[in-house]
Design a protein around this ligand. Structure first.
Ligand code: ATP
Ligand code: MG
Length: 173
């Protein structure tokens, strides 16, 4: 088997997380185990989280952090949370049990220098042959793009948000 793919979905347009979830649907359809780690606490009502139960044993979601950002009042706590979340990802890669690992919004850990970029890329570089890894998030770094096998940039042409249309259940969460 060829080495697993390292896929990056980046850019400002909508579709990064949903593209990765589309891959999860495909993998699950083949009976492959999938783990999703979300590095920035997403909307707690995201529809995809409700799939863990029907796909018990195949699909795992980990929602980490507490929406950590540059606005945070406790940067040290945020860095500790980011570190713990990354450690979980590193363990999941090393264990090699899942066929697809989605690291949703991982790019922010690098952009805000919460976890060392070289450490992240080294761990991803050691992925098992039968594990594909997807990273999503805006502002993928040059080093990450260089390391990846597949990079797609979502370009915003139009988004309903700019017309004042709020996030929609089933579309945005
Ligand atoms: P999605 O989860 O829908 O695939 P995404 O992962 O590409 O989106 P994120 O930056 O993670 O985009 O943003 C998540 C949320 O922000 C989603 O509800 C998404 O619809 C919304 N969003 C994405 N792109 C834009 C944009 N250009 N303007 C406003 N809201 C956006
Ligand atoms: Mg996203």
């Amino acid at each position: 088997m060829a080495k697993g793919l390292f896929v990056v979905y980046t850019g400002n347009g909508k579709g990064k997380t949903t593209a990765s979830l589309g891959m999860a649907v495909r993998a699950l359809g083949h009976g492959y185990p999938v783990t999703v780690i979300q590095f920035i606490k997403g909307n707690a009502h995201c529809g995809e989280h409700n799939l863990s139960e029907p796909f018990a044993g195949l699909l795992q979601f980990h929602v980490t952090g507490k929406g950590f950002t540059w606005k945070s009042e406790n940067l040290e706590e945020d860095i500790a949370l980011a570190r713990a979340a990354w450690d979980l990802a590193a363990r999941t890669i090393a264990e090699g049990k899942v066929r697809l690992l989605i690291l949703d919004e991982l790019t922010y850990l690098i952009r805000y220098k919460m976890v060392d970029e070289d450490e992240i890329l080294e761990a991803i570089g050691k992925r098992p042959d039968d594990m594909d890894i997807v990273v999503t998030g805006r502002h993928a770094s040059e080093k990450m793009i260089a390391a990846a096998d597949l990079v797609t940039e979502m370009t915003e042409i139009k988004h309903p948000y700019s017309q004042g249309i709020p996030a929609r259940k089933g579309v945005d969460f």
